[in-house]
Design a protein around this ligand. Sequence first.
Ligand code: T1G
Length: 701
Amino acid sequence: MTITNNGAVSETSGAGTFTVEGDIGILTIDYPPVNALSQATRQGIVSGMQAAAANPDVKAVVLICAGRTFLAGADITEFGKPPKAPSLREAQDLIENSSKPVIAAIHGTALGGGLEVAMCCHYRVGVESAKCGLPEVLIGVLPGAGGTQRLPRLVGVEKGLDMIVNGTHVPAKECLAMGLLDALVPEGELRSSAIAFAKKVLAENRPLRKVRDLDDKIAAVRGKPEIFAAVRKANAKKFRGLPAPEACIQCVEAAVNGSFEDGLATERRLFQQLVTGTESIAQRYAFFAQREAAKIPGIPADTPLVDVKKVGIIGAGTMGGGIAMNFANVGIPVILVETAQAALDRGLGVIRKNYENSAKKGRFTQEEVEKRMALLTGTLEMEQLADCDLVIEAVFENMAVKKEIFGKLDRIVKPGAVLATNTSALDVNEIASAATSRPEAVVGMHFFSPANVMKLLEVVRGAKTSDTALATAMHIGKKIGKVAAISGVCPGFIGNRILSARGAQAHAMLMEGAMPWDIDQVLYDFGMPMGPYAMSDLAGLDLGWSKDKSKSSTIREVLCEMDRRGQKTGAGYYDYDENRNARPSEVTKKVILDFMAKEGRTPREIGKDEILERCIYAMVNEGAKILEEGIALRASDIDVVWLNGYGWPVYRGGPMFYADTVGLDNVVAKLKEYGPRMGANFKISPLLEKMAADGKKFVRT
Ligand code: T1G
């Protein structure tokens, strides 16, 4: 490492470059894509800090990153591998024990270990668009480099605890207000502003304040265990099955009740427990699987994308309105088309009400509500969509209606636009055939209700869908905050097809002696947010049901005929009290037993293991078929769909990851053991059998 004055650039060491401008040393980390704290990054920090200490001209140091973001955390790919020197702790100690003030200059996202490094600096400045967070809990670990000890000292225990157990990325303005940042600096002037800040610190001879020595904010809650009890109680449901949040809380409790070093020791101990646990391995797998799903093998990396500046949505109902909100949220104008003014007014009214509710909860300012509403317009004339770059059809599931719409879009919308259908199961190829002049422009964009909330977007690739249409749908999906996964064309695509496989087993078991609440309880205990019958009651049993065509041919039909159409009627599979609390129903039980008697069936006791295995392994088997048929590109894409669209517990990785943890040979053996009980039409996937025989796994971790 050779250093010369007047800003001559030194040689780099690792991912760090150290330069000196006057009496300020600038340590720049450049480790694309997110300046993760890899070995090279840690080496860069260590060498740069050593150079700063050794250079008498250097009076203060600015730590800044090149590229799109400040340090975004430890390099997750290094987890589970032998540690490589220098350690993160060594880099942090050089900063925190520096005799010269060190200023962190933050842009993008200072996350995890990145923020933990910044909290070892004496000061932190950031641009307004920056965010800070300790999201380790989201990958099943905890801030393991002093974050649980330093953050509460800087921002207070309650705010620190909230950030740590929720892994939130906090905007710079809030970080300034809570004391995590010392100054906000103009966008595009981070480097110069940070240097000016460093000079100011020197000129004012400000103290070299170590965060670890701050005590007032944690002393304020000493002897108040109720703070931690309240966080545990408030989050019990959300944290169900996840060990990391509880460990985070214990670390912050240690920060309050003990010395800094003892707190660090607690943090280190609990981190080690978590990082080797199956839950964190599953959560880290889910993190990378989501990013893998965004990659489209086989299409050129430079495939041109449609620049989506204006979106048209056909249908301003629940789905159309929810979809529209996603685009308005990111500043993209939307024009909604309806067939009647009343429907249009109702649709826009529901959107406004949703935004107003968010404003009431403090998520939006009223000004932000109005900004979004200004981007949403409506029309009764489809011709108004002519200049849209993307049109999404979100009308009811009727093929004839959809084909008529796509025929019109084909004639109206400018060339080059992407024409998407939000169908949840219909044949995208058949819909595309109606856009006679441009089937290649047609793609499926299957949103999940509520479309403005649910993360999953299934992007359905038709036989003729062009690379541009596909890549644009994936790109815009990410831009509006969705987790997108590609599916081929088949009934139900990936998610609903697997849901049907599970439902078939559940319904079969109803006719063998299990009650809806038995099945729901098993799946809830497994980690699902709710079972199929509670879900049906929530959504309404009468979706797709018609009174005049109903022939009492299924349990669902009979319940609907009894006006037991779910929570909305106070009864469905379950009975509900005035607060919609569910309880098993003797009425439903009798309907089921009568059905069984009619079919000459005798109820049998079905164990919890059988309920779980028949439901989950049927899902795995269907996933294997989806892979065999090329409907999904990767087994991990199937997991991404179920993690983000159906509430599969993240600490179990997804159906395919879970099957690997059980062992595919055990899955196949159980499916064979249940044999005919799985149903006359049930066939074990040849791919699943072969992988089991070959000792293979679906996914790599
Ligand atoms: N380690 C390794 N690779 C990472 C990474 C990380 N921390 N973060 C992102 N990547 C890769 C990602 O896989 C993708 O790769 C590319 O970077 C772009 O990511 C001691 C132990 C920073 C907000 O949890 O939240 O610090 O697919 O597509 O949408 O206490 O990445 O291109 O090959 O997500 O602009 C804590 C995780 C770690 C942050 C950017 N930090 N990352 O989002 O890009 S644990 C995190 C993110 C820790 C300490 C503990 C996001 C982002 P590829 P991307 P993005």
